[in-house]
Design a protein around this ligand. Structure first.
Ligand code: GAP
Length: 526
């Protein structure tokens, strides 16, 4: 079956399937939910863990082979979510991690200014809507007697403040209710200990990366690593996003998979290119089709405060199609972070003025030192060549965004089957690898099915299902994306064979029950 263009898939249908089949539920649903938070159900958790384990395996345990033909060296880390608040001052997050935001004085809603688009129809009016959602203003336009194609679309941030008086906000019917943009810090604040004041204030981490920089010296001193090397971490991050949206794409609590690659400054362009290509290759190993992925280089004016260069790996989500949206960023962070944590920052209010962390982040490159000595260079020249603050190349991806990509990629409508839809996960990432069914719940079949299940579950995530008709069981497994189902029937008791049904082709064949484990191992493989 050819790959299906995500543009033809409906986000509403994907979200509904996720709820129905236990992939993703709205958090606190019985209390009406909480915007920007999601719970991963049994199948979503399994899918997420499969992506997580694959990343860890191919980043930490079996890292790729580098440009010199040797496997690169990467170690793992699991740092605290809450760190000393000074870390976030030094990293620039307290001062700079913010989005421009506008409020609507009528609807009391708040929007990220850079995600609001405005339709400008000369002499008729200006209507704002959330980026890529022009359909939301269809009714208003009809009332005003204009059509979407009658005017030009611009980002709110590209308009002068003087134009705001004429703009009808996304959730309002009259013009002039949007405030001017203000910066809004995205970090969630909390208090450490019993006393709640400025000195006990801390933050939930907005990225896992800083925990890695804070431990760079520890790892260097304890792990016998030498530059170039990487430190990898997977974990939760929190951002008080102004407009969480598009299901789990932009949430307020999410998981990241980040790796900080420490290298000599003059080697950094080579490693930037290496990680850019390597990360794209990795996403394809998850079964994401090439036509739905692309690179997008950041323009100079959109680079984060720490970044010298950045390229996004983007996916064609159903809500962005025919456009693409971010999946992972590969950034050249220079020596920004290690330098920042050495110098510390100045904060008059809390009395930290002129107090620096003073941690020595400088690296002595012994191989370069030896080469420079052998070349007979002066002491100054040897130092200049062998002592440096490492540069950092950072592939930073969203684990939960990876879950969304696999859900969108797998969602396949098929009128020919009872479920009308199936999830075409690459078998290795499917939450359940095999369904095991006794044809009827009697005549010795449940016992044989149970025995097979007990044997297979040691190696593969399996589910035994004896309820309802075989057709209904296949339908459930199709929606869960289970690649193979094995049915124990009357013949099994006499000739020791079971039917195996292939999810994608729906074809069935009989194989010996002893061969099921081998069959699955071959099919699921790497
Ligand atoms: N340490 C660098 C960093 O955090 P980022 O581009 O802000 O860079 C990296 O985040 C990745 O984390 C993104 O490419 C995206 O996949 C994921 N991510 C960021 N914000 C997110 C959010 N609010 N919800 C879900 N995933 C998010």
């Amino acid at each position: 079956m050819p790959d299906i263009d995500p543009a033809t898939k409906s986000m509403e249908a994907i979200v509904a399937l996720c709820k129905r089949r236990g992939f993703v539920y709205p958090a606190s649903e019985i209390y009406g939910g909480i915007n920007g938070f999601w719970d991963y159900g049994p199948l979503g958790t399994a899918l997420k863990n499969n992506i997580r384990d694959h990343w860890w395996k191919h980043t930490v345990e079996c890292p790729p082979v580098g440009p010199d033909g040797e496997p690169v060296s990467i170690v793992g880390l699991d740092s605290s979510i809450i760190q000393n608040p000074r870390a976030w001052e030094a990293s620039g997050h307290v001062g700079g991690f913010s989005d421009p935001m506008v409020d609507c004085t009528e609807s009391k809603k708040r929007y990220r200014a850079d995600q609001v688009e405005v339709l400008i129809v000369e002499g008729k009016g200006m209507w704002a809507f959330m980026e890529n959602q022009p359909d939301s203003i269809t009714k208003k336009l009809k009332k005003a007697g204009v059509a979407l194609d009658d005017g030009e679309r611009k980002l709110l941030t590209d308009l002068e403040l003087s134009a705001y008086a004429n703009i009808v906000a996304p959730d309002s019917d009259k013009a002039g209710t949007l405030t001017e943009p203000r910066e809004f810090n995205l970090m969630f604040e909390t208090f450490v200990g019993a006393i709640r004041n400025d000195s006990s204030k801390s933050y939930l981490r907005p990225e896992t990366a800083q925990g890695i920089f804070l431990n760079y010296k520890n790892v260097l001193d304890t792990m016998r690593v030498k530059v170039p090397f990487g430190i990898a971490q997977i974990g939760k991050s929190f951002r008080n996003e102004v407009t969480p949206r598009n299901f789990i794409f932009r949430s307020r609590e999410f998981e990241q998979m980040e790796m900080e690659w420490f290298c000599a400054p003059d080697d950094s362009p080579k490693w930037y290119e290496f990680w850019k290509e390597e990360r794209m290759r990795w996403w394809k190993t998850l079964g994401v089709s090439e036509s739905n992925l692309r690179y997008r280089d950041h323009d100079a004016d959109e680079l984060a405060h720490y970044s010298k260069m950045c390229v996004d790996i983007e996916y064609k989500y159903p809500f962005s199609a025919p456009g693409f949206g971010e999946l992972e960023g590969v950034a050249h962070r220079g020596c920004y972070d290690l330098n920042a944590h050495t110098r510390g920052t100045v904060n008059d209010k809390s009395g930290w003025k002129n107090e620096f962390s003073n941690a020595k982040m400088e690296y002595l490159d012994q191989e370069r030192q030896l080469k420079a000595r052998e070349a007979g260079l002066s002491k100054e020249e040897i130092n200049a060549q062998s002592k440096y603050i490492p540069n950092v190349i950072e592939p930073a991806s969203g684990l939960t965004r990876g879950v969304l990509v696999l859900l969108c990629e797998a969602y396949t409508e098929d009128e020919s089957r009872p479920s009308k839809v199936f999830m075409k996960f690459k078998p290795k990432f499917a939450p359940i690898k095999a369904g095991i069914f006794p044809l009827v719940n009697k005549d010795g079949m449940p016992e044989v099915a149970q025995k097979l299940y007990m044997q297979l579950r040691e190696k593969f995530t399996c589910q035994i299902d004896a309820k309802q008709s075989i057709g209904k069981r296949y339908a459930r497994m199709d929606e869960a994306g289970t690649p193979y189902c094995f049915t124990v029937d009357g013949d099994t008791l006499t000739d020791q064979t079971v039917t195996v049904r292939d999810r994608d082709s729906q074809s069935q064949e009989r194989i010996n029950i002893d061969q099921v484990e081998k069959f699955l191992a071959e099919k699921i493989g790497e």
